[in-house]
Design a protein around this ligand. Sequence first.
Ligand code: HSE
Length: 405
Amino acid sequence: MVNIAVLGYGTVGSGVVEVINTNYESISKKAGQEINIKYVLDLRDFPENPIQEKIVHDYNIILNDEEVDIVVEVMGGIEPAYTYVKSALEKGKSVATSNKELVAKHGSELIALAKEKDINFLFEASVGGGIPIIRPLNQSLTADEICEITGILNGTTNFILTKMRQDGSDFEDVLKEAQALGYAERNPAADVEGYDACRKIAILSSLAYGRQVDYEDIYTEGITKITAKDMVFAEAFGYAIKLLGSSRRENGSIYCMVAPAMISEANPLYSVNGVFNGIFVKGNVLGDVMFYGSGAGKLPTASAVVSDIVDEVKHLHTNIMTRWSSKKMTLADIEGSKKRFYVRMEGSLSGRKKEVESVFGAIAATEIESIPNEFAFITEVMSEKEYKEKAKTISGILNRIRVDR
Ligand code: HSE
């Protein structure tokens, strides 16, 4: 029997306990041993709940108990999670975590520490909720050079964008619904400003390239400026608006970005709706592969955490190598990245078409749409820098969104 301790009895922590209890027998068989939840650390007490007999308030009880082999960190945030995880690894206890902030910031250090101690630091749940993506990148796609990872990596924003499009719902109302369903972060800015997706693409990029991609270096834009009118125009052009985290090799440089994008039906991410996440990976020999599933929520996330616990039980004193060095990867300046741009402008199309074409070049009739007092069009391919320079010379731009493939 292997004893584990769960740090945090919130949405994910209670999910981990539920998953282990629900599938106790099959999980034990797959792990090769029974898994016993010896402690649950939380500041709170749960008097009416059977979990209360496992609740402790002092982390040192867990740290100093030599019977505990695995610590499950599902508290979120950097501190005290970082201190707890580091001290657990130093004591020879493997760690499974769902904490993307922790992994994005301290991943390479904690991976190195686990390797030194011949134990494991696993983080499948940190990206894509219940979708297996960390293990495939680390263990399955090893024959390939990864050329591109583009993903819908945040369930809350995908839920909001889907509802805005399907029901014409208001941004704030849908956000409240996502919070009630347990998808959203405690601070919703982390979701809607793109910070959560930014940490996730930083983790995936670091694993894909084997070097540290700092999330602070990734250009990040959220969905707060997307309006009902953008949804109407996107539909008219045959596009869906998605918040994409992307990492691409182009001419020897790596471009990383988080931003809303318009994508067409031909893009495999087009049909990824609601709280679902989708992650598209391109390998130089494999070609395209797509991962799809529940990207947030209690049980899907807990399922990924428990899969790490099982792997750690199977490899109690053997390190599963993860290639993620602390050597920093320098990202290319996105000013050089080339895209088409959707531009929404004030005024009448007939009155401003000539002016717009004098700045952005000729626009095909199928790539321009208008509503009373506003119109929108799609530019030719140009760099971010070129777009910015052109946009500066014309007034009345209400919004612009990149158009992806
Ligand atoms: N707030 C995150 C999301 C939770 O909406 O995707 C899962 O990481």
